[in-house]
Design a binder for this molecule. Structure first.
Ligand code: NCD
Length: 322
């Protein structure tokens, strides 16, 4: 497998590279089940978590993954730093470079921020995109693929892809970096992708995407009989206009609830990247059902991010069993 330097987009991964990361994540999951959940792999390496946008799961998950690989970890959030005094991304990046960061995990409200950092020359280390605006969130797509593969093919299903599986991505596609990264990775792994949303929440160019588009959730679930349904959060903070009449109306027409669960095959996975708007895009009955993978996704996120860091940073030092 060729050496990746950055992970900016799910499109950076071809089938072999994506399966390679999922397979390493299987080994990391074994480490995470041990008493001592720690590997020396990144000892002496410095990883900076540079978060310009709020995050709970992703930030904690990266931090835990870095610590389990024995990296030195610096958490830098825009609030409480010189960024709130107006320091630019360039000055911040150059400061991190001067401190010797080997990798920067960046979340930013601007689409393209991770690409700017990777190609600016301000920083020599690896850049990992932890979510840039409405653009991409590649580690979320990897952990979602890992979760689907484990649930459907079982743990330790190394080498397998997602061919033959049907995945429906439902809701606020327009504002979702999770949807964009999943679309790319699911296609790379051979799954059939269905996007289901009200016309106002589809991007203008969605008809060019490698997916089937649906404008009616009940019809889509009935016709497609998906193996997994990914519910997207309604991203109110990115909405500067009214995209649907009311929350009640949205949850009635587009929400995953007990009635819709009953339309699905009994073992269909109900996924959500979190944070969930319970009662809006998903009801408690669906979020807490046996079909739900929400907490597995969180747990798998740590293993997958360990695998990504290992892949980008470990070089010849590689020895998972150490
Ligand atoms: C997602 C994100 O931030 O893009 N959440 C996450 O990383 N767990 C999805 C979302 O916020 O809706």
């Amino acid at each position: 497998m060729s050496q990746l330097k950055h992970l900016l987009s799910a499109g950076d991964l071809d089938r072999e590279a994506a399966i390679g990361i999922l397979d390493i994540a299987e080994e990391m999951a074994d480490v995470n089940n041990r008493d001592i959940k720690k590997l020396p792999t990144l000892r002496g390496k410095t990883v900076v978590n540079l978060f310009f946008e709020d995050s709970t799961r992703t930030r904690i998950s990266f931090e835990l993954a870095e610590k389990r690989l024995s990296a030195d970890v610096i958490n830098f959030s825009a609030k409480g730093s010189s960024v709130s005094k107006g320091e630019s991304l360039k000055d911040t990046a150059q400061t991190l470079e001067a401190m010797g960061a080997d990798a920067v995990v960046i979340r930013h409200h601007a689409s393209g921020a991770a690409n700017v950092l990777a190609h600016s020359g301000w920083i020599q280390g690896s850049i990992i995109n932890a979510g840039d605006g409405t653009h991409e969130h590649p580690t979320q797509a990897l952990l979602d693929a890992f979760t689907i593969r484990r649930r459907i093919h079982g743990s330790g299903s190394n080498g397998k892809d997602l061919s033959g599986l049907k995945v429906a991505i439902v809701g606020d596609v327009l504002h979702s970096r999770v949807a964009r990264s999943n679309l790319l990775l699911l296609n790379t792994l051979g799954a059939e992708v269905h996007l289901v949303a009200p016309p106002t929440l589809f991007p203008a160019d969605a008809s060019k995407w490698q997916a089937e588009l649906h404008f009616n959730l009940d019809a889509a679930l009935n016709d497609v009989k998906p193996d997994a349904v990914m519910m997207l959060r309604v991203q109110a903070e990115r909405m500067n206009a009214s995209y649907f009449p009311s929350e009640r109306e949205y949850s009635r027409i587009w929400g995953m609830n007990a009635d819709r669960l009953a339309l699905l095959k009994p073992d269909t996975l109900i996924m959500h990247p979190g944070p969930m708007n319970r009662g809006l895009e998903i009801t408690a009955a669906a979020a807490d059902s046996k079909n739900s993978t929400v907490l597995e996704q969180v747990a798998n996120g740590v293993s997958v991010r360990m695998a990504v860091l290992y892949q980008l940073l470990s070089g010849e030092r590689a020895n998972i069993d150490a």
